[in-house]
Design a binder for this molecule. Structure first.
Ligand code: ZN
Length: 267
């Protein structure tokens, strides 16, 4: 999965740029021009030049594969990485992300546990984020990645029995998408606490997560919008374009979705 590099709203407003990321437009325009040239040449030469015909054919194949690839890329981006999951946008009990893989990061969890799984692109970006942190002497620790509907249901029920409402009801947690990751550090004994925000690891994470496609999903003072309390330990993969856009504008994923025209709603 590659993303458009431009820091702008991921979806343009013209019909073609809506389908094709901006950095691919140059190539597509170029091949359109090439095709027009070969077609004119073929017509004037009365279709006798087999070499020109071959080039026309090759450029057609390349053009259509470009558009198809971009369309596929957009589908992946729209369907997964900007997906909104909260208490009013829920996931079904059967939803499982298409590509789950073990994230290659240290986890404060038993090896091969469900918690160590993440969506493929999110796992890859998390590994890069942790690698960068380690290079700067910051030791981050993964606590929880993917969480199935079934496990969320059990955790929710157990929490209710304890009289706690801190656990999200099943279907409302974005951990079910495989795109979310809870992170802690040794000084907090790997607990998920608000104090993480004032640790050097928490500060580093806040500053650097957007560079790797992650946002801090539940910021302070946005609780009324996200429906979740402040969670400085919870990062969510949205892709690099959107993570930079959201971190620069200070918008939450809910506010971003509200800005999209109805036809662009990402489900
Ligand atoms: Zn979380």
């Amino acid at each position: 999965m590659t993303e458009s590099e431009s820091v702008a709203l991921p979806f343009g407003d013209s019909p073609l740029s809506c389908v094709v990321p901006h950095n691919k437009m140059y190539y597509i325009r170029f091949f359109f021009k090439m095709q027009a040239f070969f077609l004119i040449f073929l017509i004037f030469s009365n279709y006798r030049h087999s070499f020109a015909f071959l080039l026309f054919l090759l450029s057609s194949i390349f053009l259509f594969s470009c558009i198809k690839y971009s369309h596929y890329e957009r589908q992946v981006f729209r369907m997964s990485y900007a997906l909104l999951v909260n208490k009013s946008h829920t996931l079904s009990s059967s939803y499982v992300p298409p590509y789950l893989t073990e994230a290659r990061i240290p986890f404060h969890a038993p090896a091969h546990h469900e918690k160590t799984l993440m969506e493929k692109a999110a796992a890859k970006s998390a590994a890069k984020l942790f690698h960068r942190a380690a290079a700067e002497n910051i030791t981050l620790m993964g606590v929880s990645g993917y969480r199935s509907y079934r496990r969320q249901e059990i955790l929710y029920r157990n929490a209710l029995q304890r009289g706690s409402t801190a656990v999200a009801p099943p279907g409302t947690s974005e951990h079910q998408t495989g795109l979310a990751l809870d992170i802690s550090c040794a000084s907090l004994n790997f607990e998920l606490e608000e104090a993480f925000a004032s640790t050097k690891e928490g500060k580093w994470l806040k500053a650097n997560a957007p560079l790797y496609g992650f946002i801090l999903r539940y910021p302070r003072r946005k609780e009324h919008i996200t429906g979740y309390p402040w969670e400085p330990w919870h990062i969510r993969f949205v892709g690099k374009t959107l993570s930079l856009y959201l971190s620069l504008t200070g918008l939450t994923l809910e506010e971003y979705h509200d800005m999209l025209p109805d036809s662009s709603q990402i489900r």
